[in-house]
Design a protein around this ligand. Structure first.
Ligand SMILES: [Fe+2]
Length: 260
């Protein structure tokens, strides 16, 4: 599996404080069957560090896991909070915020309480530079969670959606997650790991739930194939994973025959 949202990089945000904890977290991830991780420290008002410092720490950790014999491929990205100062701060250097600096994908986080009007401007800024925003854990935003129709509006701006393992493991959230999955608006599941115990870098329990409730191909798309496109910096095509209604299934059958 490939985890595209993970805070195991030490000493920057509310993830681990020291490199030993980072190493332990990455070992847990490896043992869970994760082969690649995008390390995504927060870019938000409450965390102040220099991006170059994050890069240095990333390279140090990369060396350390080699020494420790932990066979994992690491990438560096950021979880960027949608904030009205964002464009002012990074206007000339938005590529720094993208996954591996490849200027293909950026992880964006909505504020928790509100959907600010300027969010569209921020998304358009990235899409007009051919950078696709991945909106992380949209259910953390209270307004979106209470009205999932907001997701259609946000999706129409050209973004993708990443959900957390907690959205699947929490029995109160799972039914809403399933509704969104049936709308084909779930593109990735990631750990959003912050620690060894409270939010560990583990994906397999949620993978098994998706596999059991839907088909193996759905779980594979969300945990393997779709995240692979992100780390490879490849074009993402939003496939229909689930036909939620009879007419949809019929339409798709004809489409498939035409293609054949
Ligand atoms: Fe996060």
């Amino acid at each position: 599996m490939i985890d595209i949202h993970n805070h195991s990089l030490f000493g920057l945000d509310d993830g681990p404080k020291d490199i030993d904890t980072s190493l332990k977290m990455l070992e847990i991830a490896k043992n869970d069957g994760i082969s690649e991780i995008v390390l995504t420290p927060h870019i938000a008002e409450e965390f102040r560090y220099d991006i170059n410092n994050a890069k240095e720490k990333f390279f140090i950790l990369q060396e350390k896991i080699k020494e420790a014999g932990i066979d994992l491929k690491l990438h560096l990205g950021f979880e960027v909070r949608i904030d009205k100062e964002l464009l002012k701060k990074y206007e000339e250097k938005i590529e720094m915020l993208t996954v591996d600096g490849k200027s293909k994908y950026v992880l964006l986080e909505f504020p928790f309480l509100d959907i600010p009007l300027y969010y569209k401007e921020i998304i358009k800024y990235f899409t007009s530079a051919d950078i696709t925003p991945i909106i992380v854990h949209p259910f953390r935003n209270r307004k979106i969670f209470s009205n999932i129709n907001f997701l259609d509006e946000i999706f129409s701006l050209g973004v993708l959606f990443q959900f957390n393992t907690d959205d699947i493991l929490n029995k109160n959230i799972l039914p809403v997650f399933i509704k969104v999955l049936k709308k084909n608006l779930v593109h990735f599941v990631a750990s959003d790991a912050h620690s060894l115990d409270l939010r560990p870098p583990i994906l397999s329990p949620s993978f098994k739930i998706v596999e059991k409730k839907f088909k193996e191909n759905v779980a594979k798309a969300l945990f393997f194939e779709n995240p692979q496109k992100i780390v490879n910096g490849e074009f993402f095509e939003n496939r229909v994973l689930i036909n939620s209604n009879f007419f949809g299934r019929i339409k798709n059958m004809f489409k498939k025959e035409e293609e054949d």
